[in-house]
Design a protein around this ligand. Sequence first.
Ligand code: PLP
Length: 493
Amino acid sequence: MKYISTRGIDKEEISSAMAIKRGLANDGGLYMPKSIPTLDGDALEMLLDLGYEKRCAKILGMFLSDYTEDELLEDAKAAYSKEKFTDGPAKTVYFDTTFMLELWHGPTCAFKDMALQIMPRLFTRALKKCEENRCAMILVATSGDTGKAALEGYKDVKNTKIKVFYPTDGVSCVQKMQMQSQTGGNVSIVGIRGNFDDAQNGVKEIFKDNTIKNELNESGVFLSSANSINWGRLVPQIVYYVSAYLDMVNMKKIALGDKIDVCVPTGNFGNIFAAYIAKQMGLPINKLICASNKNDVLTEFLTSGRYSRNRKFYTTISPSMDILISSNLERLIYLIAGKDATRGYMECLAKDGEYTVDGVILEKIKESFVAYSADEEKTKETIKEFYEKENCPIDPHTAVAVYATKCYKAASGSNIPTLTVSTASPYKFAKDVLNAIGNTDECTEVEALYRLSDITKTNIPYPLFGIEKREIIHKDIIEVSEMPASCSEFANA
Ligand SMILES: *Cc1c(COP(=O)(O)O)cnc(C)c1O
């Protein structure tokens, strides 16, 4: 299976290993497989009795044809071990009215672990397969969860360095502590004065800058990414949709072939795009419900066809979805409208900050997608409602999705079972969760962990227990304009 750029200026067709090694195409586009493999009923049936690791190896193998199934199985076993995912990697839980796919039982308590525990393994193999001897510097822009998950995945991985930029006032206190206390000999973590999009754009600029590239090359270093623009990040996310569907069949809640709806709390459009690929492969998904917070750029796009980043940016209690540019949307547009249209729209976005897709394209998008957004009040109300009804605390990102699911059910009258994706542990946002369920007493974020545990009679997950006792190692804060220099410095460190 060959990979090509979504923009079509870079005409090279490359292997999956090379796509994972590079991250971004030379023309600024994202890599996509030339075709989408199919997963028919028989293929699904064969996966029914397998555990997560084997399902993973089979599905990854359909996309990563230059990796052997043994290699993929070995990587999946190492990535999704009991040690790292104490409650299993992708847990499908049935509540009274909805199925919840819990993806946060890993080492950083957010769903990013699902991809970032396996991606470094795929990446190291990619370097070998491409006969690359230089050291890779992984550059990450994070709104909180990706950074920590990438650090945990890449720390002390041979032949790599990892550098993370986060908006210093745009992440939660616990997220900041998680990153600032990161151990490992190959890590650098820096706060920037700006929001997540500034960080992401800063990283994109560095990738485009040939002067830096040459300079790094002389130090024996090349750049790559772990953001969800890298195919190696995206492809492991397809697996859990297939796996959750099979779990629902095994739980006898649906029969093989029955359709389900899937609702995903969305930011950079990576997670929901993986669900779209699963649907394109043949997984019986009816609608994909795109849930946004008050930053509702995707809700507007998916309902009107107009994408405009020229809007106010809000900092919310679901910070991993605080975003104005959803990078992976480019992949959806590419699949639906083709490379020439994609290039045109992305040029408009860069130049004017907006574009509008034509009506035919919008109709095609709407065949698969619906979209809803929850403002801060609705998000908090949903956390409270869910807790009172199910006796289970949910995090603000998950709450946005639970709200969107409710809106969709009310609007469509659909009786199709919905799989709502739960992307973070409530403990990662303990203070906001406590506030939402009615406990408004003053406390620090760390005290909130213990209080949430007391009140809800649930356990603090192992990665967050005792976080306040860890040493703060990484304290630097810089301007956006200093990002390139900071990279050069780290390359030579
Ligand atoms: C990253 C993240 C999201 C958004 O996922 P995308 O793939 O960027 O759309 C949602 N919830 C949580 C908790 C996240 O960390």
